[in-house]
Design a protein around this ligand. Structure first.
Ligand code: KG4
Ligand code: ZN
Length: 377
C-alpha cells in the first residue's frame, strides 16, 4: 500500500472531506475506456465524462476476443480516449485528486496498457495512483445510479464472471457462490455463436428472443435442489448448441433464443434466492444489486427484480451504460479507495487472475479448469 493521500473524513473530527475527482481507465478486455467521476462526501457519484471505445469490429470476424489484437488496439487508443474523457469533463490534470486503472483480472496484455498509462499519468502529475480490481468496479457500479449504503448482496454476471457476493464495503467481500463451469455471459455468447448470431452474443440473442416463444423447448435445469449458491451453465450450453443445429426457420431460432434467455434468467433467480436466504440471516439491510454485462438483459433484470421483491429485498442495477465494461465504475472504485486512504504502489503488477474474495477462492477454487493457475475469480 502506498502513502496515505486520503481526502476522506477527518480522523480527528469525523468531518467529511472534500469531493474527490478521479480519472479511471479500463483496458481489461475489449473496451478501451476512460472516465472522470466526482465522488462527494455524502457518497453521491457524478459522472463528468465516460468514453468507451469498443473493439467489437476488430474481433467480430474471429467470433470472440483475440488477446493480441485487443492489446494492440488498447495501445493505439488509450491516449486519445483518456484525452477525450478529460476534455469532456472540462478538466485538466490539475483538477484531479487521483488516477485509477484496472490492474486485473483480465487479458494481461490489455491490463498492462491501461495500468502503465495510469501510473505514468499519476507519476507525471504527482497524483496518487489506485490499481483497481475490475470486479470491484462492477461491484460498485450500481452506486453510479444513486448512493447505496453497504452492505448489499451482489450478483455479478458478466462474460468472464458469475458470482454471488456479500459486499460489506470496499475490499471487504465474501463469495457466497460462483459458477462451477461457464459464466452466464459466456453461455449467452457461445449459444449465440452456435446459432450463427455473431459476437457479442448476449445482446443479439436478447433481440432475437423478443420475437420467440420458447415454451416448446425443454432445457436442462442445473443444480436443482443443491443447498449451496453455486451456478452452472455448461449443460444448458451443450443442449442449446445441439438444438441450434436442428433449427430450420427464423421462428425456430427465435423460439430457442427465448428458451435460452428464460432458462438463464431462471437459474440466476433460483440461485440468487438461495443466497438471499443465507445473506438475510446476517444483515437487516436487504438490497440485491445486479451488475455486469448480463445485467443489461431486460428479462434477467425483470426476473431478478421480482425475485427480490418476493423476498422483501430492494433491487438495484446500474444504468444500462454502466452494466457492460466502462471506466466510470473504475473511477468510482478508485475514488472510494482514495477516500479510505487506500492507494497503490507505483510498481503494482498487472494480475490476470484476481479473485475478490481471495481467501475463499484459494480454499475452494471450485473451477476444476482453473488448475495450477489458481482460481480465475
Ligand atoms: O461486463 P462485461 O462487459 O465484460 C466482462 O467483464 O465480462 O460483460 C460482457 C458480457 C458478454 O458475455 C455479453 O454477451 C453479455 O455481457 N451481455 C449480455 C447483454 N449485454 C451484454 N448478455 C445478455 N443480454 C444482454 N443484453
Ligand atoms: Zn467486466
Amino acid at each position: 500500500m502506498g502513502a496515505d493521500y486520503s481526502s476522506g473524513a477527518d480522523p480527528a473530527t469525523g468531518a467529511p472531506g472534500p469531493s474527490l475527482t478521479v480519472l479511471g481507465l479500463e483496458t481489461s478486455c475489449d473496451e478501451t475506456a476512460a472516465s472522470v467521476v466526482r465522488l462527494s462526501p455524502d457518497g453521491e457519484a457524478t459522472v463528468l465524462s465516460s468514453v468507451v471505445h469498443s473493439q467489437i469490429d476488430d474481433h467480430a470476424a474471429f467470433g470472440g476476443v483475440v488477446p493480441e489484437i485487443a492489446a494492440r488496439s488498447h495501445v493505439e487508443m488509450i491516449a486519445d480516449v483518456a484525452a477525450r474523457a478529460m476534455a469532456e469533463a472540462g478538466l485538466d490534470y490539475a483538477g484531479l485528486d487521483g488516477v485509477a486503472a484496472t490492474a486485473g483480472p483480465g487479458l494481461v496484455g490489455g491490463v498492462m496498457v491501461g495500468l502503465s498509462f495510469g501510473k505514468a499519468a499519476a507519476l507525471a502529475r504527482g497524483l496518487p495512483f489506485v490499481g483497481v480490481n475490475h470486479l470491484e468496479g462492477h461491484a460498485v457500479s450500481a452506486r453510479l445510479a444513486r448512493p447505496v449504503a453497504y452492505p448489499f448482496l451482489l450478483l455479478l454476471v458478466s462474460g468472464g464472471h458469475c458470482q454471488l457476493l456479500e459486499v460489506r464495503g470496499i475490499g471487504d467481500m465474501s463469495r457466497l457462490g460462483t459458477t462451477i463451469d461457464d459464466a452466464a455471459g459466456e453461455a449467452f455468447d457461445k449459444i449465440a455463436k452456435a446459432m450463427g448470431l455473431g459476437y457479442p452474443g448476449g445482446p443479439a440473442l436478447e433481440r432475437l428472443a423478443a420475437t420467440g416463444d420458447g415454451s416448446r423447448f425443454e432445457l436442462p435445469r442445473a443444480l436443482l435442489g443443491r443447498k449451496d449458491c453455486d451456478l452452472s451453465f455448461s449443460g444448458l450450453k451443450t443442449a442449446a448448441s445441439r438444438l441450434a443445429q436442428a433449427c430450420e426457420t427464423d421462428q425456430d431460432r427465435a423460439d430457442l433464443a427465448d428458451a435460452v434467455q428464460t432458462s438463464i434468467a431462471r437459474q440466476l433467480s433460483e440461485r440468487t434466492a438461495r443466497a438471499m436466504a443465507d445473506y438475510a440471516e446476517r444483515h437487516d439491510q436487504r438490497l440485491l444489486v445486479v451488475a455486469g454485462g448480463v445485467a443489461a438483459n431486460r428479462t434477467v433484470r425483470a426476473v431478478l427484480e421480482k425475485t427480490a421483491a418476493d423476498r422483501g429485498f430492494d433491487f438495484l442495477a446500474p444504468p444500462m451504460a454502466y452494466c457492460t465494461d466502462n471506466a466510470a465504475m473504475i473511477a468510482l472504485a478508485g475514488a472510494e479507495r482514495l477516500a479510505l486512504g487506500l492507494t497503490s504502489d507505483i510498481d503494482m503488477a498487472a494480475r490476470p487472475r484476481w479473485p475478490l474474495d481471495e481467501a475463499r477462492a484459494l480454499a475452494d477454487p471450485v473451477h476444476a479448469k482453473a488448475g495450477r493457475k489458481g482460481a480465475k475469480a
